[in-house]
Each structure stands twice: as C-alpha cells, then as structure tokens.
Design a protein around this ligand. Structure first.
Ligand code: FES
Length: 105
C-alpha cells in the first residue's frame, strides 16, 4: 500500500498571530496550528487523552496545554510533558507560501 502525503491550505498567516492557537478541519483531519514566537507548528487538534479541543487550550513556551486535564504537549515532537496524557500528538510539516499556511497531511 502506498501512502501519499499532500499539502493542504489551512488558512492565512494573519489568522494565527504570535501566541495564538487555531483549529481547522480538512476531510477527516482535525489540525491545530500554533504560533509560538513566530514559528507555526501543526499537530493534531484533539487531545490524545480524551476528547478535548486543544485550540481552546493555552499556549506557552513548553507547548500547548490541554484545557480539560492540563497535560502540556511539546509542539516539535508532540510528546506530553505531564500526565494524564501519555500518547504523543501527531505533528505535521508546515510551509508558508504567499502569506498562506499549508500543512502536509
Ligand atoms: S483531555 Fe487532554 S489531558 Fe485529558
């Protein structure tokens, strides 16, 4: 079986300002964008512990904190930094083209 990745347009750079979180859905994929110090990161939108939308969480230097039980996920590798979450979020490649954000799914 061959898995092909594709770049999808998420939103404009303007919609994810520094320090902000932005969630979007594309087909079956629910993706979180986070702007940490000017760098855009993309991970899964839904917490790996339970059904919490991480775009309603909190962004800090350690990563994104789940609003429900407060696990923090590193934005580079998706790994939870504290319990109760134990499973990493998936992370995705991001590129910026002409002020639009694209994510490789
Ligand atoms: S739902 Fe995110 S830590 Fe529990």
């Amino acid at each position: 079986m061959i898995f092909l990745s594709k770049w999808i347009k998420a939103c404009s750079l303007e919609q994810v300002k520094e320090g902000q979180l932005f969630g979007f859905v594309s087909d079956d994929n629910k993706i979180l964008l986070a702007n940490l110090k000017g760098k855009i990161h993309a991970t899964d939108l839904i917490c790996t512990h339970a059904d919490a939308d991480l775009s309603t969480g909190f962004l800090s230097e350690e990563g994104v904190r789940c609003p429900l039980h407060l696990s923090v996920f590193n934005l580079d590798d998706g790994k939870p930094q504290n319990l109760p979450a134990e499973i990493p979020l998936k992370t995705y490649n991001v590129k910026i083209d002409d002020d639009e954000i694209y994510v490789e799914l």
